[in-house]
Write a protein of this length. Structure first.
Length: 130
């Protein structure tokens, strides 16, 4: 998880965050072991903003990776960079409930949670075993 957090820290260097001024980076590890990174990309039309976690997940899925086994999120902020609700929902689409999500922030110790603890009672549609 430490390597993933370091990759997430490097990813936020490319953040486009002129509105919030907060740079966020994420790293997702897939079932194949490959790690994808992403950063937040803000937009004047706030609904068009892409969070770092969704950026990383999108890169993975675009490469055909649909199983996520771990997530790390950090930012250059005083608090912890927890995934927002939309990101938790997107992550849950590709990650089992007992897999781990690590969070950190500037100068903060990494905290590790299971997805089910960060996002209980997740919205899931029965896809017939798929």
């Amino acid at each position: 998880m430490k390597k993933m957090m370091e990759m997430a820290e490097k990813a936020y260097e490319n953040s486009y965050s002129p509105y919030s001024g907060i740079r966020i980076g994420a790293a997702v590890k897939t079932g194949s072991g490959k790690i994808y990174t992403g950063t937040n990309i803000e937009n004047a039309s706030y609904g068009a903003t892409i969070c770092a976690e969704r950026s990383a997940v999108s890169k993975a899925v675009s490469d055909g990776e649909t199983k996520i086994t771990a997530v790390a999120v950090t930012g250059d902020m005083d608090g912890y960079a927890y995934p927002c609700g939309i990101c938790r929902q997107v992550i849950s689409e590709f990650m089992e409930a007992d897999m781990e999500i690590a969070v950190s922030g500037r100068g903060r110790e990494m905290k590790v949670f299971k997805l089910k603890d960060l996002f209980p009672n997740v919205f899931i549609i029965d896809r017939g075993g798929k």
